[in-house]
Design a protein around this ligand. Structure first.
Ligand code: AMP
Length: 200
């Protein structure tokens, strides 16, 4: 089975459309034959997307650090709950299990996970497609910030295309299937692709 890693809020947000989009995303993953990899929580949009996948009969792998299990944040009914020692191991494990990544609305944790996985693509650590679900224009400001970073010479123009941004879950899944990641420059004269474990 192929898995998509979803990063999203541990809060549900103030607008019902975020929860509706998370639910629809979960259903569509199953309809398209994908399993879900995510942070293993039962709270916020994270819980909603996991619940939607399970209700549709799909497979959910949650990867959660020990400390969060202790605080009863884990979604214990997922298909497979992997408990790891640290946040860093969690993110590396989620990245290695997944064939593609989707960021949905969320806060610092979501944004950090999204930018880390984009940065790892830039370094050549992986070449897996990355999508952003722009529910209700939530990520408009972020896309504008990245465009500015390109204009100001901080991000290479071709690296703008590490990620695709779409407003509808079905359209985003189609775009991810068709997306080709831009090639990265050799890093320090070497081919940089390898196992994630070489890096993190
Ligand atoms: P945030 O966007 O700040 O709500 O953080 C959400 C992201 O950080 C998720 O994709 C998770 O991987 C991680 N995370 C933050 N809070 C939790 C939590 N209570 N339970 C599980 N994972 C969490």
């Amino acid at each position: 089975m192929r898995y998509i890693c979803v990063y999203c809020g541990s809060q549900a947000g103030t607008d019902m459309r975020y929860r509706q989009a998370a639910s629809l995303m979960g259903q569509l993953l199953v309809e398209h034959g994908y399993g879900l990899v995510y942070g293993g929580g039962h709270v916020g949009l994270m819980g909603t997307v996991a619940e939607a996948v399970l209700e549709a009969g799909g497979s959910v792998i949650g990867v959660i650090p020990e400390a969060m299990v202790g605080r009863e944040l884990a979604y214990k009914e997922v298909t497979q709950l992997e408990i790891v020692p640290t946040m860093h191991e969690r993110k590396a494990r989620m990245a290695s299990l997944a064939d593609a990544f989707i960021a949905m609305p969320g806060g610092y944790g979501t944004l950090e996970e999204l930018f880390e996985i984009i940065t790892w693509a830039q370094l050549g650590i992986h070449a897996k497609p990355i999508g952003i679900l722009n529910v209700s224009g939530y990520f408009d400001g972020l896309a504008a910030m990245i465009d500015r970073a390109v204009q100001e010479g901080f991000i290479r123009a071709q690296y703008r295309h590490f990620w695709v941004l779409r407003s509808e879950p079905a359209v985003l899944l189609d775009a991810l299937r068709q997306h080709t990641m831009p090639p990265v420059r050799p890093w320090q004269g070497q081919s940089v692709r390898g196992e994630l474990s070489d890096w993190v």
